[in-house]
Design a protein around this ligand. Structure first.
Ligand code: NCD
Ligand code: ZN
Ligand code: ZN
Length: 401
């Protein structure tokens, strides 16, 4: 059933156009000034239409931790946030570090209403599984302790992991960023590394050491951009994640990194934990984020901190290019019809009771944001529209490798 979305404002190569988008069989069939025939007509009312966001760092907690989140609730939250593809992390129970665990996760993820892919976890001794793993986004390496306890410390092993995987996404804090860059340089491999959740001036500086060779990419998260260590005083455990919130100076440097093009990706690091868990003395680390990622960035756009083309680059195009995701990340004829209509003028507060994530809280609760997604389309199907979710199953992404 062809669908025509009329009156779309689009950024194409930094210019703004008003166009109609024709969707056929889940793909963008035409981006046109004409009005081709369609069975279903939608009106974007001159709102901006962006490629659906690709969030390359989420924890949907399935299997084993589904009291915190699962692929249905996580994906509903993502859809509401304008995210049409997620790449899920391996620190589940069991961790996604074996072929059997990957296949099981694949089966469970079929309930997702946004498209999905998987990062495969590295351990001290699973190189043979890494080599066998099919259709994965990247290998995830933890160089520091965090939720899931998948830490790998031995530099020789890390070197082997870099050599075995086209792209390794790394949780590295502080000096470990430098260590990783040095191991990569010594290894002489052409494979790439992607630093997850870079949080400080120091980490960014270390990651940058190797940027010239284009083998290193950098991801930052909204919480590190928009919060700092002072928020821990007011929010306590609800502002505790790995890496920890840093100083105002670190925040400034991360924003500058976005302006200078040193930051490649903004991802949510959606890491839901229940309120009850956060209220315990030995609370777990992490904050939810898929529902607030785009609203926070649109709000930042409205206060002149970031441009729309930069949001599109860092949240759609670059994740597609870095992980080589097929047919996504761009509004182009022939590409998958994954898109989000945003109302740049809509003002609304983040409210815990509105959230679709199972954990039902956000560190941004109470903040009034200007700029919200209103309609999200995945594979040509409307999965979110003005507060309403439509449970239409999505697909696993494929990669160009
Ligand atoms: C993440 C989690 O809870 O899974 N926690 C976090 O604080 N970021 C793990 C991680 O991304 O390190
Ligand atoms: Zn991490
Ligand atoms: Zn994470």
């Amino acid at each position: 059933m062809p669908t025509l979305i009329k009156n779309c404002r689009l950024h194409i190569k930094d210019k703004v156009y008003s166009k109609n988008i024709l969707i056929k069989q889940g793909k963008i069939s035409k981006i046109t000034n004409k009005e081709p025939k369609a069975e279903k007509i939608m009106d974007a009312k001159n709102n901006f239409v962006l490629p659906g966001l690709i969030d390359c760092h989420v924890h949907f907690r399935e299997p084993g931790l589904t009291h915190k989140e699962d692929f249905l609730t996580g994906s509903m939250a993502a859809a509401k946030g304008g995210i049409t593809t997620v790449l899920d992390m391996p620190n589940t129970l069991p961790p996604t570090t074996t072929i059997a665990a990957l296949e099981e996760k694949r089966r469970l993820a079929a309930k997702s209403i946004v498209n999905y892919g998987f990062h495969f976890g590295a351990t001290n001794d699973n190189i043979s599984d890494i080599k066998k793993a099919k259709n994965i986004a990247a290998v995830k390496l933890y160089m520091d302790y965090t939720t899931g306890d998948l830490k790998v410390s031995d530099f020789e092993t890390i070197n082997d992991i870099f050599k075995s995987s086209k792209i390794t996404i790394i949780h590295a804090e502080d000096e470990h960023v430098k260590n990783a860059v040095e191991i990569l340089a010594k290894s002489k491999t052409k494979n790439r590394i992607h630093f997850a959740h870079v949080s400080s001036e120091k980490e960014l500086k270390y990651a940058k050491l190797n940027k010239i060779k284009k083998q290193v990419t950098v991801e930052v998260c909204p919480h590190h951009l928009l919060m700092n260590e002072r928020d821990i005083q007011t929010l306590g455990a609800f502002a505790e994640m790995k890496p920890r919130l840093k100083t105002e100076q670190d925040q400034k440097v991360l924003w500058q990194g976005i302006k200078d093009g040193i930051v490649d990706v903004i991802a949510s690091d959606h890491a839901p934990h229940l309120k009850e868990e956060k209220e315990k003395a030995n609370y777990p680390f992490g904050v939810p984020g898929v529902e607030t990622l785009l609203p926070l960035l649109l709000d930042a756009f409205n206060s002149n901190k970031i441009s729309l083309p930069t949001i599109i680059k860092l949240c759609c195009e670059n994740p597609a290019n870095i992980f080589k995701i097929k047919n996504k990340g761009f509004l182009k004829e022939g590409y998958d019809a994954d898109l989000v209509i945003v109302d740049l003028d809509k003002r609304q507060a983040v409210r815990n009771e509105d959230l679709l994530t199972k954990c039902k809280w956000s560190p941004f609760e109470g903040k009034i944001l200007k700029g919200w997604p209103v309609t999200t389309i995945v594979n040509g199907n409307v999965v979110y529209d003005n507060g309403e979710i439509f449970d239409i199953k999505a697909k696993e992404v494929q990669y160009d490798r």
